[in-house]
Design a protein around this ligand. Structure first.
Ligand code: FAD
Ligand code: NDP
Length: 601
């Protein structure tokens, strides 16, 4: 029943108004037909705000209440809004507060901490969360500090992606592609003299590092422009709302916040074998002062294959040492096709083998690599010895949670991975501590994932929104340098989930038109759609191996999010002549056993 204003005199109406204002954090005196009131209540609903509305036109005594409101607030009209007992005003006043990101902070519990949120880690996830929280009007600090790698490399603001990950990797990948294009160019009529075409590592390294330097600076400016306090310091919890920060000069500062977002990412793992002090990791490679020369890449996942791929692409002698399979977790047919292509393009593979000992024969200098003897052991028990100039260890990455002081706060970690265990809303077991990006358990370790999670988390914490990060169907690409893009399930995962009977796999090898003139290998590229029969052939796995697979895959990921079926792919008219058009004409099923090699266009 609505409260009644029956027989309200002036003093009773005033008492009722005061009682309502006191009882409800967000109180709206409204009229049910008033468009301003309707719009304002809609805004509150969109922001998921709890509010009490008293519709003055639906109760008797409404005009006495409106009069009492006028006496109390000086405002004659509705809507008339009070927050925590304080008069805010009408529709325009509340809308302006919201526009300036000041409405939600008024409704939150007040606290005496220095910051509303401290973000630990200034990488892809941390920066995105910090900027969003600041844009929503919160007091934000970001602590970012890079501990030098064992080989002594360090870098600036922006985290792994910018400094020692996606960005330098993609630029060096492009350097490798240019090498291929230079070879192709001759067949296309360019007079490229093979004697004068040589790659220069120093030029590449300097150009890449200059670009990164610009990005580091840009991030600092963005934080300053967004009023985010940036501390280039290592953060460690002292108690539940307090962290100690230590900068590179050892200066300590203690800061407090109501909430914390941990986005400390991962660092490369190093194998504990004699001589492991002589190896480098991806943390060192992109800024190496000398050309790595003959290189051994240990590990067979993303990082090893990508680095091995571009090093071979710029003309170096590269061996990849594989303990078990290529690209664990990926579609194994595609992984093997990548291996075959890399093998045909100069990369050597040492399969079923792990290094056991490294000996230094010659130290590296500023401009020349060293020389190392690597002993390795195969699963068949055989020992191998080989000399390399550089050993790149790419055997996985470890969570940076060891000395964060999380035990002081009681935050739970996964016992094996040491990653944070979070809810679907990225909240840890400690309510005011959240985790995003690579450091969060069971999430794809990818930059756009960290960015999206950071942005949406801040919107939920400070913007009254509810949207969760959707971790499904995330597209990714491996740049080896032949690109492999995929979305959704591998064939192995699809088989485990749906069973062979319920799957139809459409596939085709292909040769990009541009490869024909320079006579590059035929049918090295491959397209595959994995469809579920009982779901009207919904596509649950998309795989492409070929030029520009990253660009192609990004577009198709929208179709996958929309639940595209094989019929949708078939009904789509292709763009000719492109590689991507193959997905509109896939008609060979694996179950038919027909040859999937392609001839002609
Ligand atoms: P990070 O970017 O790692 O940031 C964490 C930051 O926190 C770091 O700066 C760290 O120094 C700092 N930190 C740690 N502890 C503390 C502390 N206690 N106090 C203060 N600061 C601290 N992803 C893609 O999507 N595409 C790619 O092509 C791609 N290529 C990659 C290539 C390589 C070689 C590597 C290594 C990774 C690649 N990734 C790629 C993965 C991508 O880089 C990561 O997923 C992404 O950077 C994760 O972001 P993050 O914010 O979780 O952590
Ligand atoms: P992964 O953990 O994915 O792979 C580690 C590799 O090292 C595996 O091949 C593993 O072999 C091997 N390995 C592990 N331990 C040993 C050992 N003791 N001896 C020999 N080999 C060993 O790590 P990555 O570092 O490649 O990648 C980390 C993450 O970074 C990825 O999950 C990815 O999300 C992200 N990334 C994304 C990229 C992109 O989007 N293009 C590019 C690069 C990285 P085994 O299979 O036998 O266990």
């Amino acid at each position: 029943m609505p409260p009644t204003g029956d027989q309200l005199d002036g003093s009773k109406a005033a008492a009722l108004v005061k009682e309502k204002i006191k009882a409800h954090t967000l109180m709206v005196f409204s009229k049910s037909y008033c468009p301003y009131c309707i719009r304002l209540k809609e805004l509150f609903k969109t922001l998921n705000l709890e509010f009490e509305a008293l519709e003055l036109d639906l109760i008797s005594g409404g005009s006495e209440i409106q009069h009492a409101l006028h006496e109390l607030s000086g405002q004659k009209t509705v809507p008339n809004v009070y927050i925590k007992g304080k008069h805010i005003g009408g529709s325009d006043d509340v809308t302006a507060l919201h526009r300036d990101n000041k409405l939600l902070p008024l409704l939150e519990e007040s606290h005496d901490f220095q910051y509303d949120v401290i973000v630990i880690g200034g990488g892809s996830g941390g920066l995105s969360a910090a900027k969003e929280a600041a844009a929503l009007g919160r007091r934000v600090a970001v602590c970012d500090f890079v501990k030098p790698s064992p080989a002594g490399t360090t870098w600036g603001l922006g985290g792994t992606c910018v400094n020692v990950g996606c960005i330098p990797k993609k630029l060096m990948h492009h350097a490798a592609l240019l090498g291929h294009h230079l070879k192709d160019a001759r067949e296309y009529g360019w007079n490229v003299d093979s004697e004068t075409v040589k790659h220069n590592w120093q030029t590449l390294k300097t150009a890449v590092q200059d670009h990164i330097g610009g990005l580091n600076w840009g991030y600092r400016v963005q934080l300053r422009d967004n009023n985010v306090k940036y501390l280039n310091a290592y953060a460690q919890f002292l108690s539940s709302n307090t962290v100690k920060t230590v900068n590179k000069r050892g200066k300590e500062e203690v800061i407090t916040a109501q909430k914390f977002i941990i986005a400390t990412g991962l660092r490369p793992r190093i194998l504990d074998i004699p001589g492991s002090e002589f190896v480098i990791t991806s943390d060192d490679l992109f800024s190496l002062s000398y050309c790595p020369g003959k290189t051994l890449c240990v590990g067979a996942s993303y990082i090893s294959l990508e680095c091995g791929g571009f090093l071979a692409g710029i003309g170096l002698d590269v061996t990849v040492m594989v303990r078990s399979i290529l690209l664990r977790g990926f579609d194994q047919q595609c992984a093997e096709l990548i291996g075959k292509y890399m093998g045909n393009n100069g990369v050597k593979f040492q399969r079923h083998c792990v290094p056991t000992k490294i000996e230094k024969l010659k130290s590296s200098t500023e401009d020349t690599p060293g020389l190392y003897r690597v002993t390795s052991k195969s699963t068949d028990g055989n020992e191998h010895v080989e000399e390399y100039n550089t050993i790149l260890m790419a055997i996985g990455r470890e969570a940076c949670t060891d000395d964060l002081g999380l035990e002081t706060v009681g935050v739970l970690l996964d016992s094996k991975s040491k990653k944070l265990i979070g809810s679907e809303a990225e909240q840890t077991n400690i309510a005011h501590v959240y985790g995003i990006g690579d450091v969060l358990q069971d999430k794809p370790e990818l930059t756009p994932v960290a960015i999206q999670a950071g942005r949406l988390l801040s919107r939920r914490l400070f913007g009254g929104q509810k949207e969760l990060t959707d971790y499904s169907n995330i597209a990714t690409t491996v740049f080896t340098p032949l690109e492999y893009g995929c979305i959704g399930l591998s064939e192995e995962e699809a088989l485990a989930k749906y069973g062979a009977e319920d799957l139809e796999v459409y596939h085709s090898h292909f040769t990009p038109l541009e490869w024909t003139v320079p006579h590059r290998e035929e049918n090295a590229c491959y397209a595959k759609l994995i469809c579920v029969k009982s779901l009207k052939e919904k596509v649950v796995g998309f795989h492409i191996l070929g030029d520009q697979a990253g660009e192609i895959t990004q577009g198709f990921s929208v179709a996958m999010r929309c639940g595209a079926t094989k019929a949708d792919f078939d009904a789509t008219i292709g763009i000719h002549p492109t590689s991507a058009e193959i997905f509109t004409t896939l008609d060979i099923t694996k179950s038919s056993g027909k040859n999937a090699l392609k001839t002609g266009c």
